[in-house]
Design a protein around this ligand. Structure first.
Ligand SMILES: [Fe+2]
Length: 446
């Protein structure tokens, strides 16, 4: 009897040894090595006992129980580590989606980044991201991964379509072929799909659309569903940002001005800043003798130069302390986004470049491209000086505004470094009183 128990113990110890070896990398090193040494001793003891070289006064039943315990502990620990690994992967994926949402400038780049992460994270054979237009009561495919048109058509089919049901009921849905679900359409069966997971994309009372995953896999665990739901929530945030960007592009210029006010409301310390930049830029441009059209355009450029701050999170805009490197990266994107927003506005195409380069510096240390000297468009160089002067003389929550004299001194000091010396020279010809009037003016220059 003891011999049979010994055989069973050795068998369990052997399997436990190989599993421990296999999962060694997933365990803390010292635990893995300790288990391997322990199992080696137990195996050696068992083999010596079997061959009659060694006879320890120890109950074989006890050895068997210890072997079973170690075996179960290794299986449990390895599953735990597997789950931990997966969780880490999901967290990294969610972080990546956050990053894409935060830094993406165009709908394409945002959705492209999200699709890539979803393909890496979700165990499925294809998915579709569908948007729902409430006003038109219409659905359309926004992004596709690995599904053909026929499948999308089938999913979006009006009457009994699965997607319409998800949109109507605003509920997570899982349909499975293996459960003989009546709703599991014949065409999905014919394509050999076994499971469909549908998630409505809900933002407060609005249904923005739905996510549909198709898989040949028979079932999904609760954890997997939770991960998918987490990603669905991120997609809602992304779609919301995308729709905001698209809406802005459709707006006409008056509405964009309203947007300037909205930005100043988000960042109250810069209230009136865009108007001040526009006012000073127009007067400075007049000295250089430019045309009426250019004066009009520079006025728009002054008003809209920081409109891209709409994409900068409030937590960064209003941060009372200095920004960290990651936050600066986001902040430095605002001229690029401003230009993106202005680009499609009728008749304002020319100012896109001026706005894009308004944070470049004469010595080439600015952003976004580090242009130098006259490589920087003339009106961007004008905006840079007006922008800095307005910012310097205005009060901020953390400091009082500089006097006109100190601000002028600063601009003089940075002539040839941050600013075009020729424009600085012209700027300094504007009198203190005149600049004060421009700063205090509450209507746009004409
Ligand atoms: Fe700016």
């Amino acid at each position: 009897m003891d011999r049979i128990i010994l055989f069973i113990s050795l068998f369990i110890q052997g399997i436990a040894f190989f599993i421990a070896l296999f999962y060694l990398r997933r365990m803390p090193k010292f635990v893995g090595i300790f288990i391997l040494i322990l199992l080696s001793f137990m195996l050696l003891r068992g083999v010596l006992n079997l061959t009659g070289f060694f006879k320890a006064e120890i109950s074989e039943i006890l050895v068997l129980l210890v072997s079973i315990f170690i075996f179960l502990a290794i299986i449990g620990a390895s599953n735990l580590y597997k789950e931990f690994d997966r969780m880490l992967k999901v967290l990294k994926g969610l972080w990546e989606i956050d990053r894409v949402i935060l830094s993406g400038l165009t709908p394409r780049s945002i959705m492209g980044g999200i699709k890539k992460t979803m393909v890496e994270l979700i165990d499925c054979d294809g998915f579709g991201i569908y948007t729902y237009n409430q006003a038109k009561n219409a659905l359309s495919l926004y992004e596709n991964y690995n599904l053909d048109d026929e499948i999308h058509k089938g999913i979006m089919e009006k009457e009994n379509g699965i997607l319409w049901k998800i949109i109507r009921e605003r509920k997570y849905t899982m349909l499975s072929n293996s459960r003989n679900d009546n709703n599991f359409s014949d065409f999905l069966k014919s394509k050999n799909y076994s499971t469909l997971i549908g998630l409505p994309l809900i933002q407060k009372s609005n249904t923005l659309g739905a996510l549909v995953f198709l898989s040949h896999k028979k079932s999904y665990s609760r954890k997997e569903i939770q991960y998918i739901e987490g990603i669905g929530r991120q997609v809602v945030i992304a779609l919301d940002k995308i729709q905001t960007i698209e809406r802005i592009k459709e707006m006409d210029i008056e509405i964009v001005f309203a947007l300037v006010q909205a930005i100043e409301t988000r960042d109250p310390s810069t209230k009136g800043h865009s108007l001040q930049v526009a006012n000073i830029a127009v007067e400075l441009t007049k000295i250089f003798g430019h045309s009426e059209r250019e004066l009009e355009l520079v006025r728009y450029a002054g008003l809209l130069h920081d409109v891209g701050k709409i994409a900068v999170p409030e937590a960064i805009l209003n941060k009372p302390s200095s920004l960290n490197e990651e936050e600066w990266k986001v902040m430095r994107k605002h001229p690029v986004i401003s230009a993106e927003i202005v680009k499609p506005i009728k008749d304002l195409g020319e100012i896109e470049k001026w706005i894009f380069y308004h944070h470049e510096r004469w010595d080439g240390t600015g952003y976004p491209e580090g242009l130098k000297g006259r490589e920087i468009p003339f009106f961007s160089r004008i905006l840079a000086i007006c922008d800095t002067y307005s910012a310097m003389v205005s009060d901020r929550p953390y400091r009082k505004g500089l006097t006109d004299e100190s601000a002028r001194e600063e601009i003089k000091n940075y002539s040839g470094k941050q600013f075009d010396p020729e424009i600085v020279e012209m700027f300094l010809t504007l009198s203190k009183e005149f600049l004060k009037r421009l700063i205090e003016k509450t209507d746009a220059p004409s």
